[in-house]
Design a protein. Structure first.
Length: 280
């Protein structure tokens, strides 16, 4: 079987995926340990018997719905290769918007926190661009933190990892920028039983009846620990922008702005803590 024949065979299988072509190319690249360009440049290259068996097995597992990132063990994010497992969310391209917005505000010497870090993708992407900052990454899941630490070592990046629930252990007015991609799906959302979401940790996805339980807690706590003129940046669901902006306003943030992702869906809200005030 050649590369071209392998791709043709895979396209004929009943793989229910909106990204079928990308999925099978990613799986074949994983098997061959090559870049996508090689699939185009050398379509007549023969697969070994072992490679063919491995590719067939991966395609069959993809037919069962297992995410490509779980089959290959990693997902590209920003400029990094991030290893993932069943304890972490699979990094999505739209979350790179959060990284881009953070980089616009971060200055050398700042103290930054990535809350609910999961695989560490956001924290590591930021650290890869800003080496002269202090960056804290937290998660309540010990297995997720272990994976994040492994990704930091793999990518040779220095990040401080701490197990914790949002900002419980953070002292007042200590952080310049807080970034988070928290759970924000409604607990009864039918999407939780479809596609890749079936294989990702529910605690990292769902957050109460309206999907905002964790964001409420996070915004409330963030107003206490962010320094004056510091920024809070939160990813949210496509239909939650107005509600999240209202939470920012109630917590006393100013210069509140909403941003859309690559698919033109509302995705991130940011706000500035302008003045120091007494905490209750």
């Amino acid at each position: 079987m050649t590369i071209q024949q392998a791709l043709q065979w895979a396209r004929l299988q009943r793989v229910m995926s909106p990204t079928l072509r990308l999925d099978i190319e990613s799986l074949l690249c994983h098997v061959l340990q090559c870049t996508p360009s090689r699939l185009i440049s050398y379509p007549e290259q023969q697969l070994t018997s072992s490679q063919q068996q491995n590719f067939v097995s991966l395609v069959e597992q993809r037919q069962q719905g297992i995410p490509v990132a779980h089959l290959t063990g990693s997902r590209g994010f920003w400029s990094l290769d991030i290893e993932v497992n069943q304890h972490t969310l699979i990094p999505r391209p739209d979350t790179e918007l959060l990284v881009s917005l953070a980089l616009e505000k971060i200055q050398p010497g700042m103290c930054i926190a990535d809350l609910g870090t999961g695989s560490g993708a956001i924290a590591l992407a930021i650290k890869s661009e800003c080496h002269d900052i202090w960056l804290l990454a937290t998660d309540y899941s010990q297995p997720a933190l272990l994976q994040a630490k492994q990704n930091a070592v793999k990518n040779h990046l220095d990040v401080h990892f701490v197990r914790g629930q949002w900002l419980d252990a953070i002292q007042p007015e200590t952080l310049d920028v807080i970034i988070s991609n928290p759970p924000y799906i409604r607990s009864d959302d039918p999407h939780l039983t479809n596609g890749d979401l079936r294989f990702e940790p529910l605690t990292a996805l769902a957050s109460g009846a309206d999907g905002l339980n964790d964001i409420r807690q996070l915004v409330h706590q963030a107003s206490r620990v962010i320094k004056s003129n510091g920024w809070l940046m939160i990813e949210h669901g496509y239909d939650q922008s107005q509600a999240v902006q209202a939470l920012f306003q109630q917590a006393g943030f100013s210069e509140i702005q909403a941003f859309q992702d690559y698919g033109q869906q509302d995705r991130v809200v940011i706000g500035k803590r302008s003045v120091s005030r007494e905490f209750r």
